[in-house]
Ligand binder design. Structure first.
Ligand SMILES: [Zn+2]
Length: 410
């Protein structure tokens, strides 16, 4: 189907309003389908509110670089903002759309209209990703989940149009089942908290010997082979993920993504993209919540729900876990172990989430790279995206293989 025909279709559908969204058509993997962990009371549901402090996603302490925005002329009233970014090879836009309760019945044709107009407005875009939120509760990416999301690579626009017009299956779309946990605003807490005295003993051993010590992994065991792990926290993000995956694909590197369960639920197709590219999917809790103030069963539930979401999407066992902010207790470690998870820390935190500047970030990355190291990055840090290609190239020239946590000699 041609672009112009799809445009006509979108406009006509919008005009007559015949196509309603299958609102109750829950995806195969939803928290409603999550069963209780063995350590929980039988049939324990996901609570209406996260049980503790929610860690902000990549809370930069310095002003982030300004992300360019796209203006649609004439405007589509429901479009809140369209941001776009490139990685030196491709460009991806993220359109944020907000709707009133009356507009919810026409989400599909609205999404098609937005996709078509954004792709037309900037011909260099390779993809537009769309997040449609309820206008009354929209509070940014970390706020209440969208009503619907879609990923529309330019090459797949026709397929997306057929999903809208004919209900032909299209796998890069998600419709909120309407039964997900309520939202709680993030608390401003430090990204990395100092460990307690008892934790320091375990950490010292894990750092000293390498490999897994008491459920902790700080670095690989082998300090001679030039192999280090590349890890990205807080995934997935609807603008950064395709850009990041594209850089990794071009360099041939594999990485471990520590994924927030609720965001994986809303953007499951990015998790499938990661699996298809043979990256490793790991657990970063369901709500991106601080774990140390929680009871052991609450902490266990956070990990369990994220596991359920991820394993439902990937059909693979989750092996690794990283607590948001690196904040954990011995009970957290025990809970992770009981779920079969190794808790992963890092040898190298260049502070990409704090926007230190591209030159400083890249020099930190290059200078700290060590055999057996674990590099901590965040998938939605714009300066990271700008220096990653150069860092990966430098690492390769030094003879390093950057790979997943699972690929690290332990
Ligand atoms: Zn995090």
């Amino acid at each position: 189907m041609s672009f112009s025909r799809l445009r006509l279709l979108a406009l006509s559908v919008l005009g007559v309003g015949m196509l309603g969204v299958a609102w109750a058509s829950a995806p195969a993997t939803t928290p409603a389908a999550v069963s209780a962990a063995p350590t929980l009371a039988p049939s324990a549901p996901i609570p209406a509110l996260p049980p503790g402090q929610v860690q902000p996603v990549a809370p930069g302490t310095r002003t982030p670089p300004k992300i360019p925005t796209l203006t649609l002329t004439p405007a589509i009233p429901q479009v809140h903002q369209v941001q776009y970014l490139g990685n030196g090879f491709i460009e991806v836009a993220h359109a944020i759309v907000t709707v009133t309760p009356q507009e919810r019945i026409n989400l599909r044709p609205l999404a098609l209209q937005v996709a078509q107009r954004v792709l037309e407005a900037r011909p260099s875009l390779n993809e537009v990703d769309i997040s449609i939120y309820a206008k009354s509760s929209y509070a940014g990416f970390g706020g209440p989940l969208p009503l619907m999301t879609a990923s529309v690579p330019r090459m797949r626009f026709g397929d997306f149009g057929r999903w809208v017009s004919s209900k032909v299956p299209y796998e890069r779309v998600w419709v909120n089942p309407g039964n997900l946990p309520a939202y709680r605003a993030p608390d401003r807490v430090r990204e990395v908290l100092p460990p307690t005295a008892s934790e320091l003993v375990n950490q010292k051993q894990a750092r000293l010997h390498g490999g897994v010590v008491g459920g902790l992994l700080y670095r690989g065991k082998d300090r001679t082979l030039p192999i280090a792990a590349l890890t990205f926290d807080d995934a997935p993000h609807p603008m950064y993920e395709p850009l990041l995956l594209d850089v990794l694909r071009r360099s041939g590197n594999k990485a471990t993504f520590f994924v927030i369960g609720r965001n994986a639920a809303a953007y499951p197709y990015f998790i499938r993209d990661m699996v298809e590219a043979r990256h490793e999917i790991a657990n970063h809790t369901y709500h991106h919540v601080r774990l140390s103030p929680l009871s052991p069963s609450e902490a266990s539930a956070e990990m369990h729900w994220a596991n359920q979401i991820l394993e439902g999407i990937t059909h693979q066992k989750v092996r690794y876990f990283r607590p948001p902010g690196g904040d954990y207790t011995p009970q957290t470690l025990a809970a992770a172990r009981s779920l079969g998870l190794t808790t992963v820390f890092w040898t190298d935190d260049p502070g990409d989430f704090q926007n230190p500047g591209e030159m400083l970030l890249e020099s930190r990355l290059r200078n700290k790279l060590r055999p057996g190291g674990i590099v901590l990055l965040h998938d939605n840090a714009p300066q990271m995206l700008q220096v990653l290609q150069s860092f990966l190239s430098a690492a390769r020239h030094q003879g390093y293989s950057l790979t997943t946590v699972g690929g690290l000699p332990k």
